[in-house]
Every structure is written in structure tokens, then in C-alpha cells.
Design a protein around this ligand. Structure first.
Ligand SMILES: Nc1ncnc2c1ncn2[C@@H]1O[C@H](COP(=O)(O)OP(=O)(O)OP(=O)(O)O)[C@@H](O)[C@H]1O
Ligand SMILES: [Mg+2]
Length: 221
């Protein structure tokens, strides 16, 4: 099958202006369409910063990150909105609305689409079953454990069947059994055609993935 680059990172080097340590010295890699890409590297090497560049939360240096051959540093806020609609993102720090229920958090991305109540309910039920948190439907997120929040965040990333999933340490607070459940969900999504960009330094997750599925691994040093 022909490889079609979805994301290209080219010679990315960048520091935070208020932090003297530079991040990524000439980082380069390509994520192809339908690939299961895993990025790993020590804590503090800039993985979450890279996600923030990729989703338009932080401005990347010019001509370093390309989505479908387009330099994302040139994206307008409308372009970024279109991009976000197309993405499912699991944030390392969840980024959930703490006062709202699991239902309201998980269905949040669907408000970008004009869907009827019954379709929303159907998708909600399906995704909560998948991540095994159906019993938490009406619970306010602020009452959940860290691992439960992580699953809510995954459910929210999956509910609109995104073409591309970015998951930043999605198993950081999960036990081994739940880690494998998350791995299986991501593998199933990838088999169904979703491109996966996973960030992790969870060695159990990495070993499980390598055993079960074809992944492309890139290490940031
Ligand atoms: N907004 C910011 N301003 C200044 N420095 C920052 C900012 N965000 C992150 N940093 C610094 O940039 C470096 C990389 O942080 P980042 O969160 O991207 O690392 P990471 O690889 O995701 O780490 P971890 O594996 O622990 O999640 C760290 O030294 C961090 O302190
Ligand atoms: Mg991080």
C-alpha cells in the first residue's frame, strides 16, 4: 500500500523563551495515513509541547510541522477549528470540564455537528461501553478518580469517530488491565482506518502493542 504522509515534522528545534533548555534538536519524523505511530522519550523532552503545536494550541516555528503538506504555522483560527473537528485528542491532563457530568463531557465534541438526540445517545452509549464507564454517566467529573478521568477523556476523543487520534499518555493513571483495554481500543480504531499518534513512556503498553500490532516507534532523545 502506498504511504501517504499525514503529518511531517521537519528539523524542529524550539525552546520556551522563559526556559533556557532547548527542546527537540532537529526533530524529524513522518506519520503516514492509517499508521499506528508511537512517540516515546524521557519526561521533559517536549512530547506534550509537540502535541500543542500539532493541534494549534501553541504556535510552532515556521515550516517545521505539516498536516497534509500544509505548514500548520500558517493556519488561521478557522483552519484550526476544521482540524480539531477532524481530530480526537486525549490530553495528558485530561482537560475535562470538572463541574459537568461524564455525559456532558463526552458528548461535547458532538455539538459541532447537527445531530439528533437519539443519535447522540446512541453514540454515547456505544463509547461508554467501549471504555467501560457506563455506570459513571451522570457523575460529575470532579468526583472521579484519575484513572476514571483518563477513560472519560478517551471516550470524548472517540465519540465522533475521528480520522486521527492523538493520545498523550492515555494510560498514565491506569492499571495493567485497563492499560490493555485502552491499547485494544486504539488498535481496533487503527484497524478500522483511524491514524493513531500515541505518546507514552509506559513500557507495559509499548510491549503489549508491539506484541499485538504493527506500530512505528520514534524515540525523542
Ligand atoms: N508553557 C511553558 N512555558 C515554559 N516552559 C514550558 C512550558 N510548557 C512546558 N515547558 C517545559 O518544556 C519542557 C518539555 O515539557 P513537555 O510537557 O512538553 O514534556 P513531556 O515530554 O511531555 O514530558 P512528560 O513525559 O513528563 O509528559 C519541560 O522542561 C517543561 O518544563
Ligand atoms: Mg507530556
Amino acid at each position: 500500500m502506498n504511504k501517504i504522509p499525514l503529518i511531517e515534522v521537519k528539523n524542529l528545534s524550539r525552546g520556551y523563551w522563559d526556559n533556557p533548555t532547548p527542546l527537540f534538536e532537529n526533530l524529524s519524523f513522518t506519520v503516514d495515513m492509517n499508521e499506528f505511530f508511537v512517540l516515546t522519550g524521557k519526561s521533559g523532552t517536549g512530547k506534550t509541547t509537540l502535541v500543542n503545536f500539532m493541534i494549534g494550541k501553541l504556535a510552532p516555528p515556521e515550516k517545521t510541522i505539516f498536516f497534509n503538506n500544509q505548514d500548520i504555522s500558517t493556519f488561521t483560527s478557522e483552519d484550526i477549528q476544521v482540524l480539531r473537528k477532524w481530530l480526537g485528542i486525549v490530553f495528558q491532563d485530561y482537560q475535562l470540564l470538572e463541574d459537568l457530568s461524564v455525559r456532558d463531557n463526552v458528548t461535547y465534541p458532538l455539538h459541532l455537528y447537527e445531530l439528533g438526540e437519539s443519535i447522540i445517545e446512541g453514540k454515547l452509549k456505544q463509547v461508554l461501553e467501549k471504555v467501560n464507564i457506563k455506570h459513571l454517566l451522570d457523575t460529575p467529573v470532579k468526583l472521579l478518580s484519575a484513572g476514571e478521568k483518563q477513560k472519560v477523556s478517551l471516550a470524548r476523543a472517540l465519540i465522533h469517530d475521528p480520522e486521527f487520534i492523538i493520545a498523550d499518555e492515555p494510560t498514565g493513571n491506569l492499571d495493567r488491565e485497563n492499560t490493555q483495554i485502552v491499547a485494544d481500543i486504539l488498535i481496533a480504531a487503527n484497524k478500522a482506518g483511524t491514524t493513531v499518534f500515541l505518546i507514552t513512556h509506559d513500557i507495559h503498553l509499548l510491549n503489549y502493542l508491539k506484541e499485538k500490532h504493527a506500530i512505528k516507534l520514534h524515540v525523542i532523545r
